[in-house]
Design a protein around this ligand. Structure first.
Ligand SMILES: Cc1ncc(COP(=O)(O)O)c(C=O)c1O
Length: 398
């Protein structure tokens, strides 16, 4: 079988990194440290253990198509409290879809949002550059044209929707926004979210706001797509937000997230998932409910990330443009040539990081906005982090 679209997709960043480092050995006698992947390594809360094993009979039942009432209620309560939403805004029965992690839901968003044509031409999917890889794969599989919006220092590392040509907006079927953003940690403020929602409604496209890092922030909790919906008209039209327990609760293996927003779009997503999605097992739903109802473990984890940023910034002392991002858990370091630095770090320091160019595409001006950067995931414990950042600092400064 031959699928041209899949053949045309660039290899996934981690495959490209494996290829880059195929013939490079880390130094002997030094324990390698893996910081290339955003896989949280803080301990997940112990209380999920009982939810997973107490009702073994539940493993023998097909799960309900869209979560238990308890889980949808916990999610609606969490959204209401986290974003200060009016109580009537989120109806757990109509505005929430449970998903097996947000990766697949972000992918499915393109399948449901992109029609065959828009304004009589090929539909467009807008996304920031750099971006989370799934957006590109989703847009390509939905046979849309990808339009990359620069998200570099000039625009505060977030895309500027207001700069998009209206003719492109007319053809836009879907726009991805990511806040706090992977890899730069930048945050879309309320005004930016409101203006993106305004454009989505004016030009009738779906705004997909990827908020999987929403709970990992430095100062104030970042606003979300739903806060902007609340401040505009308390309706969710054209907007979907994506939330995950992976980063919030350190359970990337649980594969538990949700999508909330526009009731019509949620209905379509649920329909699509009935045909092509896997439901979460009931014990996982029960564990998820317990996690959305608990904030103590989230605060604990957030404090640990803050401590690690303090430490990393102290060691780096302003080198490589190191700054404290608004959110997420990555250092986005300007090292002039990210691929060369990643190779050097693996070979000389046994630290594995991701070249920024693998998280971005070359734009129409011929520039890959990630080329100068490396992404360093601060996912380990404090001592491992200290060791790794010292190694990075020593190696790249010489
Ligand atoms: C920006 C972004 N969105 C979504 C995801 C998907 O997370 P999950 O599928 O675990 O919910 C990730 C994971 O790394 C991510 O970095």
């Amino acid at each position: 079988m031959h699928n041209n679209i899949l053949d045309d997709l660039t290899d996934y960043p981690f495959d490209r990194l494996r290829a880059l480092l195929r013939d490079v050995e880390p130094p002997a006698g030094v324990a390698p440290i893996h910081m290339q992947i955003g896989e949280p390594k803080h301990a997940p809360p112990e209380f999920i253990g009982s939810a997973l094993v107490d009702n073994m009979a539940d493993w023998g039942r097909y799960p309900p198509p869209n979560a238990t009432d308890g889980l949808r209620g916990a999610i609606a309560d969490w959204l209401g409290q986290r974003y200060g939403l009016p109580t009537v805004m989120i109806d757990p029965a109509r505005h929430i879809a449970l998903v097996s992690g947000t990766r697949e839901a972000l992918f499915m968003a393109a399948l449901l949002a992109v029609p065959e044509t828009k304004a009589g031409a090929k539909p467009v999917v807008l996304m920031p550059n750099p971006f989370y890889q799934v957006y590109v794969g989703a847009a390509a599989m939905a046979r849309a044209e990808i339009v990359l919006l620069p998200a570099g220092p000039e625009t505060g590392f977030q895309p500027d929707f207001s700069a998009v040509d209206p003719a492109i907006l007319e053809r836009t079927a879907l726009a991805y926004l990511n806040s706090p953003a992977n890899p730069q940690g930048s945050i879309a403020d309320l005004a930016m979210l409101e203006s993106a929602i305004g454009l989505a409604r004016e030009h009738d496209f779906v705004l997909a706001v990827d908020e999987c890092y929403s709970e990992i922030y430095t100062a104030d909790p970042p606003p979300g797509g739903l806060s902007a919906c609340a401040s505009l008209d308390a309706g969710c039209k054209n907007v979907l937000v994506f939330h995950s327990l992976s980063k919030r609760s350190n359970v990337p293996g649980l594969r538990s997230g949700f999508v909330a927003g526009d009731a019509d779009l949620i209905a379509l997503l649920l329909r699509l998932r009935q045909y092509g999605g896997a439901q979460l097992p009931l014990p996982v739903m029960n564990a998820s409910e317990a996690l959305w109802r608990d904030e103590a473990h989230v605060e604990h984890s957030r404090a640990l990330y803050r401590e690690k940023f303090d430490l990393a910034l102290e060691i780096l002392d302003g080198a490589f443009g190191a700054t404290r991002p608004g959110g997420a858990f990555y250092l986005w370091l300007d090292v002039e040539d990210g691929a060369a630095a990643a190779k050097k770090l693996w070979e000389q320091a046994g630290v594995r990081v991701l070249p920024g160019e693998y998280l971005a595409q070359t734009d129409t001006a011929g520039t890959n906005p990630g080329r100068r950067f490396i992404r360093v995931a601060l996912v380990h414990d404090i001592e491992t982090t200290r060791d790794a950042i010292n190694r990075i600092s020593d190696t790249l400064r010489t």
